[in-house]
Design a protein around this ligand. Sequence first.
Ligand code: KG4
Ligand code: ZN
Length: 362
Amino acid sequence: MIRVLGIETSCDETAASVVALEGDAAPKILSNVVLSQIEEHAAFGGVVPEIAARAHVEALDGIVEAALADSGVALADIDAIAATAGPGLVGGLIVGLMTAKAIAAAAGKPLIAVNHLEGHALTARLTEGLAFPYLLLLVSGGHTQIVAVRGVGDYQRWATTIDDALGEAFDKTAKMLGLPYPGGPNVEKAALSGEASRFAFPRPMKGSAQPDFSFSGLKTAVRQAATAIEPLSDQDVADICASFQMAVADSLADRVSRALARFRETFPGTENPALVVAGGVAANRAIKARLELLCAEAGFTFVAPPLKLCTDNAAMIAWAGIERLREGMAQENGFDFAPRSRWPLDSVSAPMVGSGRRGAKA
Ligand code: KG4
Ligand code: ZN
């Protein structure tokens, strides 16, 4: 039996969780406590790093206590502490990693420094027991990536955004149209009563051989369309949202379909090829439906873990810790590990200009 306490503080969620694995049985999430700071940042229309770091300091002790209490496991019976060490906002990372080190040192437990993106990448193995290799589409407020997940610690980034992250594009579009933060859910809601064919927005990168993403041109097109018809009625806003969402879905479908083809070529023997989605944008029903259809056509299983495990949480960090322990891949001494605001999953691919530029969310 392996039981790991996970801690996540890389952006605007303060989270702690205990996950257990016993023999060949499915892993169990014994507790999963997430405190969102959305209200603290809403007035600013985005995450303010200093506010986030302070909020983590205030909340983390209580969140860890609650996660241990909910799990029914005493700290003495925990095998290791796993904490997000990057990438993300450095203030939050320092709070989480230092707290984890203090708990681990006081309790005499090993400390595992986890890459937040690895947490997202391995979640489908926690929830569905998915076998390697598979393809991951990570679409959140800070990252837009396609990653071939070949094994624990073995990732190939096949695509990233050359400018804005997709969640960021939703948030900026919402802001332009006067919709509240966070923008994604509000754009989706407005789009329900809109006419998607009213505005012919560009489909960024469509047709390009590399599966990379770009959203800043689309954002500019939205701004120009909105400015041209000001003042905007509710119907105008709904139509812009619907047209924007359709352009995003088209662009994603084109990019992902190239990655699915590449997956077939790269891993020809894979019996049940799967596409996993993660990140807050995976909540969007229109996008999800589009990807589901694409997968059905291409013979891929579409895997969307429960939303609370797709967005930032500590169960994925605890699980990544378990996977590393099991493979003998945890750092020998995690206490030496310093927080990294930038920490690509795949050290082989060339860094992209826009990749993780905001550095905040992953
Ligand atoms: O994964 P997440 O909760 O946090 C990190 O970025 O780490 O993702 C948040 C992002 C925000 O940009 C938010 O606007 C977007 O996900 N989002 C959505 C939806 N729900 C959240 N975007 C589109 N449609 C949604 N329904
Ligand atoms: Zn994340």
